[in-house]
Design a protein around this ligand. Structure first.
Ligand code: FAD
Length: 388
């Protein structure tokens, strides 16, 4: 099905086996604030590495998997079948970085990230700047052989586990005054402090604190690419991550569809399985139909990128995949809770966890409204046939 090759199927099977190994740990993670004992998490990370599931998006010459986009999607799809972000140990370091990194940055950041020794976080969003990244106000001021960084960043995912951050700022002064630049900031660094760590809907071990950067000094060698390049990197990351969000949503919907079907087959009400009630059967049928449509869209988008689809079209198609797959998964999770009845409202139930966890997929990496805006603009510019 889906025209997967033998090597695609092997990668998919390895990722699936790994996801199945993680699933039994979900209730424990849920009831412990998302956290498992350190040695258990370390074992999971080692296992992901052993199965070749880490850094599939980085070239083989840097130690990565060098996998096709479709194969990366197949791995993330399986990671998405697991709740509480336990699948995040199948890490995907920034694949846009090697093309612009200096040899020194390759050694200090990229290679260690591929080996699983260093982890990144993204400090881009601010209190007044989320969807509109171009309006952010954090500053970078050239000072001798380095830069002084200032600004307060919101929702910095994985700040508690990361040991370097990408910090996007507006250049203050110099030839590129007012343009954006991206910097690598080692963590901890003097001047970087957590303002507060809010609680979020999901239960995962990765925190999303508000982080203040006050007169943080970084050497000029930590500028990524050139001054003025900041927005370009954000777009490259968005394209990759939106497709991976879509993949994880498809994985989540597959898990939910399987679990609700099994439950509806077994659960008796009024002397027969609830799957025999048309209203329940409708929820099952709609969920599977939407899952099939979403997966077809996802795989075709990934294949297009592997075939060399132009960047603008790929950008819009990744938006379509993220929009449809995240909204589809939200609908499936809602139905799954309904099919499970009271059990679906218990935190030990997979449907309850996904119902909360999937909500953010419509918000981060660009909200659904932002995706619609991107798609519509490209439609008007290129014509619908160029995109679909
Ligand atoms: C759990 C979590 C983790 C996150 N992790 C990170 C991270 O690691 N690093 C990071 O930098 N950021 C992170 N974010 C931030 C995330 O990317 C933003 O929340 C998101 O881009 C939306 O921005 P906002 O929250 O400021 O909402 P706003 O931009 O204020 O949007 C509010 C509402 O207005 C709508 N809207 C805004 N502009 C338009 C428009 N042009 N057209 C139509 N509707 C519009 C939005 O769709 C939304 O419904 C994270 C967020 C969450 C919730």
């Amino acid at each position: 099905m889906y025209g997967l090759t033998e090597s695609d199927l092997q990668i998919q099977a390895r990722a699936r086996r790994f996801a199945d190994e993680l699933i039994p740990f979900e209730p424990e993670a849920e009831l412990n604030g998302g956290t498992l004992p350190k040695e258990v998490t370390a074992n999971h990370a080692a296992r992901a590495r052993e199965l070749g599931l880490c850094a599939p998006n980085l070239p083989a010459e840097l130690g990565g998997g060098g996998l096709s986009t479709l194969q990366q999607v197949l791995i993330q799809e399986q990671a998405g079948r697991v709740t509480n972000a336990l699948g995040w140990v199948a890490s995907t370091p920034p694949s846009w970085l090697p093309a612009v990194a200096t040899p020194d940055q390759l050694e200090r950041y990229v290679r260690p990230a591929v080996r699983g020794e260093r982890e990144e976080c993204y400090a881009i969003t601010e209190e007044g700047s989320g969807s509109d990244v171009s309006s952010l106000t954090a500053t970078a001021h050239r000072d001798g052989d380095g830069y002084l960084l200032n600004g307060t960043k919101w929702h910095v995912t994985s700040f508690n586990t990361a040991d370097f951050a990408f910090f996007q700022a507006v250049l203050d002064g110099g030839e590129h005054d007012g343009e954006h630049a991206m910097f690598l900031v080692d963590l901890p660094s003097p001047g970087v402090s957590v303002v507060r760590t809010p609680a979020y809907s999901h239960t995962i071990s990765h925190e999303h604190p508000i982080v203040a950067f006050t007169d943080v000094r970084v050497p000029a060698a930590n500028l990524v690419g050139a001054e003025g390049d900041g927005m370009r990197f954000a777009h490259e990351w968005f394209r990759f991550e939106r497709l991976m969000v879509a993949a994880r949503c498809v994985g989540a919907a597959e898990r939910l569809t399987a679990e609700m079907t099994a439950f509806a087959r077994e659960r008796q009400a009024g002397g027969r399985p609830i799957s025999e009630y048309g209203l329940v059967a409708g929820m099952l049928a709609d969920s599977l139909t939407e899952l099939f449509a979403a997966r077809s869209l996802l795989y075709e988008t990934a294949r297009g990128i592997d075939r060399g689809t132009g960047v603008k079209v790929a950008h819009a198609q990744c938006s379509m995949a993220k929009l449809y797959c995240s909204e589809m998964a939200g609908r499936v999770a809602d139905r799954a809770v309904q099919v499970f009845g009271g059990r679906g409202y218990m935190r030990e139930n997979v449907a309850e966890r996904f119902f909360r966890e999937l909500r953010v997929e419509r918000i981060w990496e660009g909200t659904s409204e932002v995706q619609r805006d991107i798609i519509a603009r490209q439609m008007v510019k290129r014509g619908p046939a160029a995109l679909a």
